[in-house]
Design a protein around this ligand. Sequence first.
Ligand code: HQG
Length: 189
Amino acid sequence: MPDYSEISRFIALVLRHKPQQIGLSIDYNGAWADVGELISKINSHSRFRLDMPTLENIVATDDKHRYSFNDDKSKIRANHGHSINVSIGYVPQIPPEILYHGTAERFLESIYAQGLRKMSRLYVHLSADVETARKVALRHGKPFIFKVLAGEMSKQGYEFYHAETGVWLTECVHVQFLVGFVSLRDSFL
Ligand code: HQG
């Protein structure tokens, strides 16, 4: 199978962060972009070449199920990770007692002072398993994993959303709900 990772990353960039880079419109309601417009604007405003079969392949085979089509495949959206202001319409769900967040050691001082903040995205991203958190952490540097007392947060009224990708989302995590879990040294990875 051809390697679509570069074009897939570009599609994530325009659907989540920079639609203006190719002049794409994204509907605030649902975060949908028009598939025909996405294809034509990627072809005319980027170095990538895209057609419908390739896009269908990318959506179907993405390792994190990052994208969804609507029923008739006339629209597409990213399922999580946006920084542009969109409303996906996630329904609040009761989270597992414990969720995990992977980060880098260099952020710890700030996280212990401020809690987990959504930074440039619309939500803080959490996972139900340590392994996913570890992979997320490795993107940022020397990994560090937090346990998040999600059940306790939920009891206290904080809302959680479960994206189609399996990622758990919440607005912020205050320090009292964070338990430093493991400082994963390189030798353990
Ligand atoms: C950190 C990928 C300082 C936070 C992944 C993280 C994920 C703070 C970084 C998704 C902080 C933000 C999102 C504070 C949080 N002070 N640093 N108070 N609070 N941080 O990339 O969670 O492959 O925006 O720990 O799988 O790393 O793109 O968030 O290190 O689900 O589909 O600030 O991106 O998905 O980094 O990753 P990010 P993330 P995709």
